[in-house]
Design a protein around this ligand. Structure first.
Ligand code: FES
Length: 581
């Protein structure tokens, strides 16, 4: 029987003895726990092993995690081969298309679920199975706060399909075909046909959307085993990664390699570098800011912009380029990219293997001829994919994915065509009476963190139908919302502070002039301060509130994009560092 103080949890306990339920008698708590788990047929010798939790995010509502059962089997094999005891447990699972009102609204809830389950259940290390956009950030945020050894297992990308001999994949091609349908270039029959081909298997979106971005970021952070980002979901490579992940989790438990030793400011800087070099999703910044915030590391957006000027886009993947994730994997995956980026990386950053990123790049060997990862001398785009904008329209900053924007529109002044919220936009965008020209600037308010709420990916404002049918493919668009990483266009996002809390965006009116200069990193509303103050006094903004439940928690505590849209009480209580340092 345990001789420890019955009232105080034993911080040094391991395995099944960790985090005993409070009955006032630790010996009894362990006795009871073992009695119950033995009901599932376990022996004492199994229960004496290091316990490795596996966060199971399989869900019928989440086809991006449709391989979770096979992954769990392979992870368990790896854990048992390495001498551990696997224990999988369910958490919330979030899929982009099955989340009302929007997946981002639920990311912080999933991170809390993950954090508290890691704390509540006895485990010496945890394997986090994630893939769809919000799941990997939610898991890394939760695990960072929980603080135990943690390793990320990505579910892997879907395969590409074929539509009338054209290779297609979600979701850049979803948007491309829907744009053609809206422009009346293709008919009902063809849009129905392509719907069968866009998602050819389980797994995450096959382009450099947010899921692929976060997979690459997780590997750049050192949070996956080497090569963990790119194997498609249904491949043998993916299952081998899962087995290796399970085995590595046991070693991490044995050596006490906690997450704070991996997620350092150096690792965050490496992830920022990779985000720029892969032409990654703009959402990557928000998520990385939130992950870093859990460890008290502030991300310096101006420095990110400076890094962008010296970091070319090397990865030739849609939407910035032409290939898909499975091609990146066949080209050697992240090792090929990291080898090319080596002079710009913090090579001493520790990874989950206990070796440094530099050692892992060396161990991956010299590489081979391929055409998916370009060289620094011959990049896809000369600068990093994301530029950070400032100006009186966005005092707290805004961003644009310049690698998928129209170079002509990136230096542009135009007349504002304003939509007050997403419903207003949906009502009027396709109307014949909408007063809009191709050189106007579309402004969408109230899709920020509190506005929608949940900062939906509605920043990809559709081209008004009357312009689309005339062949207009791009137009400057500005909002306080986000955009899917699979989308493209000259689109300014994350305008901070958002309109719903009275940011300047709230006071833009139809006909105002707006100037965008990506070269000067400027987003300016050409309206005087006096006029803006007059508009504010005439119609002050009242931030949204809720009476109860998760919505109340969300609206009361969610932060702006520059703080990662995390809840204020979930961030580390103090700032311990900055990335880049
Ligand atoms: Fe899950 Fe795209 S919808 S990754």
């Amino acid at each position: 029987m345990s001789k420890s103080n019955p009232q105080v949890p034993d911080e040094n306990a391991s395995g099944l003895r960790k985090g005993l339920t409070s009955y006032g008698d630790n010996g009894f708590s362990l006795f009871l726990r073992k009695a119950f788990i033995k009901g599932a047929g376990y022996t004492d010798s199994a229960l004496d092993r290091p316990v490795i939790g596996i966060a199971n995010t399989g869900s019928a509502y989440n086809p991006c995690h449709g391989n979770a059962p096979q992954l769990i089997e392979a992870v368990k094999r790896g854990i048992m081969l390495a001498g551990g005891l696997p224990m999988d447990f369910p958490t919330i699972s979030i899929h982009e298309s099955f989340s009302f009102p929007t997946s981002m609204y639920l990311r912080n809830l999933m991170s809390m679920d993950t954090e508290e389950m890691i704390r509540a259940a006895p485990m010496d290390a945890v394997v986090l199975i994630g893939g769809c956009d919000k799941t990997v950030p939610a898991q890394l945020m939760g695990a960072a706060s929980a603080g135990i050894p943690a390793i990320q297992l990505i579910t892997g990308s879907m395969l590409t399909g074929s539509h009338r001999s054209v290779r297609v994949g979600a979701c850049t091609d979803c948007r491309r075909y829907w744009g053609k349908y809206r422009a009346e270039e293709i008919a009902d029959e063809e849009i129905a046909d392509v719907n069968n081909q866009l998602v050819a298997s389980v797994g995450t979106c096959s382009v450099m959307g947010t899921a692929s971005t976060m997979a690459c970021i997780a590997e750049a952070l050192g949070m996956t085993v080497p090569g963990g980002a790119t194997p498609p979901a249904v491949t043998a490579d993916r299952m081998r990664i899962a087995e290796l992940t399970g085995a590595q989790a046991v070693k991490m438990a044995q050596t006490g390699l906690t997450i704070d030793k991996v997620l350092t400011a150096d690792a965050i800087e490496n992830a920022m570098r990779v985000l720029l070099a892969i032409g990654g999703s703009t959402n990557g910044i928000v998520h990385l800011t939130a992950i870093a915030g859990r460890l008290g590391i502030d991300i310096d957006l101006k420095a990110l912009d400076r890094m962008g000027k010296e970091t070319p886009v090397l990865l030739d993947l849609k939407p910035s380029g032409q290939h898909y994730m499975e091609d990146f994997h066949k080209a050697g995956g992240m090792a090929t990219l990291l080898r090319e980026l080596k002079p710009l990386l913090n090579l001493n950053a520790l990874t989950v293997t206990g070796r440094t990123l530099g050692e892992e790049i060396e161990a991956a060997g010299p590489g081979f001829a391929q055409d998916v990862v370009k060289t620094a001398a011959d990049p896809i785009y000369p600068q990093g994919g994301i530029a950070v904008l400032e100006g009186n329209l966005a005092p707290g900053g805004a961003i644009i994915k310049q690698s998928s924007a129209d170079p002509v529109l990136m230096e542009h002044e135009g007349r504002a065509v304003v939509f007050e919220n997403a419903a207003d936009m949906a009502d009027r965008i396709d109307g014949d009476d909408l007063d809009v020209q191709a050189d106007d600037i579309l402004v969408l308010k109230n899709i920020g963190p509190k506005g929608a709420p949940g900062m939906p990916e509605a920043g990809y404002i559709p081209i008004p139908r009357k312009l689309a049918v005339k062949g207009v493919k791009d137009i400057v668009r500005i909002s306080d919302g986000r955009m899917s990483g699979t989308a493209f266009g000259t689109i300014v996002l994350h305008v901070t502070p958002e309109s719903a809390i009275g940011g300047p965006l709230a006071y833009v009116q139809n006909g105002d002039r707006i100037r965008l200069s990506v070269k000067r990193r400027e987003i300016a509303l050409l309206v005087s301060d006096e006029e803006l103050a007059r508009r504010k006094a005439a119609a002050p903004v009242v931030p949204p509130t809720a009476e109860r439940g998760y919505k109340k928690l969300f609206l009361d505590t969610v932060t702006q994009a520059d703080k990662g849209v995390d809840f204020d009480f979930l961030r580390a209580p103090s700032v311990n560092g900055r990335a880049p340092k």
